[in-house]
Structures are given as C-alpha cells and as structure tokens.
Design a protein around this ligand. Sequence first.
Ligand code: NDP
Length: 448
Amino acid sequence: MSYVDEVLAKVKEKNASEPEFLQAVDEVLNSLRPVIEKNEEMYKKQALLERLCEPERQVKFRVPWVDDNGQVQVNTGYRVQFNSAIGPYKGGIRLHPSVYIGIVKFLGFEQIFKNSLTGLPIGGGKGGSDFDPKGKSDNEIMKFCQSFMTELCRHIGADTDVPAGDIGTGGREIGYMFGQYKRIRNLYEGVLTGKGLTFGGSLARTEATGYGLLYLTNEMLKSNGIDIAGKTVCISGAGNVAIYATQKAQQLGAKVVTCSDSTGWIYDSEGIDVALLKEVKEVKRARLDAYAAARPSAVYHDKKAEGSNVWDIKCDIALPCATQNELDIESAKTLVANGVLAVAEGANMPTTLEATEYFQNNGVLFAPGKAANAGGVACSALEMSQNSERLSWTFDEVDQKLQGIMVNIFHNLDAAAKKYGFEGNYVVGANIAGFEKVAEAMLAQGVV
Ligand code: NDP
C-alpha cells in the first residue's frame, strides 16, 4: 500500500464520523500523490501527512447566553488551530446550526493550503458555533458574541491566532467580539480581521473574497483565451461572497442572472440589481422573495417546493458562493449540458468530488475554493499588516495588492500543475502549490 493510501486509511478510521473533513482530506491527499511519490520514504519517516491531518490544537467550549425573554441558551463553540508552520493560525468563525467539529476541521484543513497559496505568512485555523443568528435581535447577537469571546480570548492573539468572518459572522459580529476581547485582555491589537473601518479594519476587506474570486476567474479565462465580457454568470448564495462577486462580475462586463439563499433563489433576466440585493440582505436582513417583490424582471423560486436550483439556468460561468456540497453531480450534468465553460468556487468545497471530476472530464475550467476564494484571507493578512504598522492603506492600494495576489495564485497553481504533468488541472495545481511551502516549513522546524 502506498504511503498516501496508508494515511488515508488511518484518517478515515480515526475520523469516521466527520464526512466533510474526510472529503477534504481525500481530495488533497489524492492530488498530492505525484509529489509524495517522488520522496515517499522521507515523508513517511517524518510522518508528514499524519502530522498535516492532525490539528495542532482543538478547543471546544460552552457558550451560555441569555435571550431577550430572560431564558438561558447554551451553544457549543469551537476553534481548531490546525497548522502554524508558516505563520499564526488564521481562518474565519462560522455561526450556523450545522456547525460541529467535522465542519470546523474540514474548513481548517483547507485553510492551511489556501493561506499558503496567498504567499503571505499565515497558518491555518477555523472556528465556529452551532448558534443560529437568523431571527435573533441585535442584543441577542451581542450577548452570544460576548460569551463566545469570553472563552475564545484565552486561545487567540495578534501573533497566535487571528480569526475573521465566515457564514453568519459579518462586520457586526466581529465588532462585538473585538469589543469583548479588548475588554477582557486589555489589549488593543489586531486579533480579529474584518473589523470596522473606525477600529482597525481594512478598506476592501468586505469586498475582497468576491472581488478576488473574479480576479482569479478572469485570469483563468484569459489564459485559456476566453473574454469574460458579455458572458452569462450564475451565482449561488446572497451573502458576503455572492454579493461582491456579482458586483465585480458586472464591472468586468458579465451578466449575473441568479442568486440564492437557503430557502429560495432568484432568476433575474435583466441581471441582478446589486444595490437592491444589498438592501434586502445587508440592511433588511430579509429573505430573497423581498428582492423579487421589488423587481419586475426577477422570478423567485422556492427551493423545497420546486426542487430546483440556480444551476438549472443556462450559463457560461458558474460561481457557487453559498456553502459546502451545494453543487452535486446532477447539477454538474445540467451545467455541462447547457455549455458551461468555467466553474470557480467562491464558497469552501461547494462542489462534490463527483461533480468536480465530471467538470474536469468534460473540459470545463475548474478553480477550487482554496485558490479562488483566497482573496478574503489575503486581504485579512493585509489588514494584519496595516494593524502592525498602525497605518491604513487606501481602497485602491488594497485592491491593487489583492489583484496582484489573485493573479499570482493562478499562475502558481497553473505552473505547479504543469510541473507535475497535470496541465489544466487546477485542483492538483492548487493542492501541490499550497502543500510545498507548508511541507518545507514543517520539515525545517523538526518534529513539533
Ligand atoms: P454569508 O453568511 O454572508 O452568506 C452565506 C450565503 O449562503 C447566504 O445566502 C446563505 O443563505 C447561504 N447558505 C448558507 N448556508 C446554507 C445552506 N446550508 N444551504 C443553502 N444556503 C446556505 O457567508 P459568506 O458569503 O461569508 O460565505 C459563503 C461561503 O464562502 C462559505 O462557504 C464560506 O466559508 C466561504 N468563504 C467566505 C469568505 C469570506 O470572506 N466571507 C472567505 C472565503 C470563503 P441564508 O442566509 O438563507 O442562510
């Protein structure tokens, strides 16, 4: 049995109840085979893959808080500090009822390679809670965030672990968490990214993941001789990533015709009205039927009632920006039958392994999330630099750096794929390019 197969078997046995984590490990280790096989004995002796798949530290804690009726509620909080070989742990906090240790580990594992790909000195981590922010008052959100940070603050710090936003955690939540950290630790430091602009946040951080997704997608298209202008794009999600991906796609001359949330989706033949979408989602925090009600060209589809989704719409480019495993083999077949040219993942692992392979086998350009959505964490690292320098850069300065980083990421993974004989396979390229730097740093730092 090869070393990769041996480790895969061990990881499966040890983490049998964590399918999302196993899916992420499966994808990464399988695509690292060409690198590992070149030096199998050394990697095995060093147990490098076993170390890579075992978080350095995992914290699980109780988060008690009092709701507006005076009732005590209890949630579970998590922080997985996965790998600090190339820098302090860095990765977002997800607040969603589906969060459990397997989700946090999958996200933290992916984050190791994503952060490495950015070229910036940041390690991999992730956190979250099964708390559901939907329908909660501002006061309840604050109570939860304060309680969550009361425990988390013992484990993080500007040079140790720097969390950020993710599903359910936006500027409001980061603000409450930052306030509580500062109060308890008596430290004004860049311990979180995605902060408000008046207290150390970076311009362009809000836009960074969505914009970055389009910068990378555009570079991938260009290097394959395709012009994004005039193309039809389907986007899923209606959160931070989806909104700014839509905005940048439109700035680049494409037409985005869909968006979605967990209950329904929109087809807008005139192209998504970003200002209206922001009003519905960022200001009113409403469901998407409110978008359709305000826009004659939009049709609202109820997901459960119709069993349909945004991937049923014919498009040239598909950008899944909602959540993991939202694009399955059936949707992949529909997209391919409708002539899709490229798929780039704004969300983390939104495409199932089967669907990914289907795209690759049918000549669709496919950019994996760890490369395509790295703009968020890259900009977070730029926020950390600004906090350390006690300086604030302009929007254009940050945006220019972000563009440079995304274009570099694409060329690095393209080159890594070519070097190992997998030209055009950007999944393999991203995993190898991300792995090489982390592996070198881990080996140089000894058995830790
Ligand atoms: P938001 O919470 O802002 O938005 C998430 C969107 O996806 C919402 O429209 C939400 O709908 C929908 N969604 C979430 N969970 C589900 C589900 N289980 N089924 C269907 N729809 C769902 O999150 P972000 O935009 O920040 O994150 C989206 C994805 O991008 C995630 O995978 C995240 O890990 C990834 N990502 C985010 C980064 C960032 O900087 N924010 C950076 C890199 C990756 P509803 O409101 O109805 O729940």
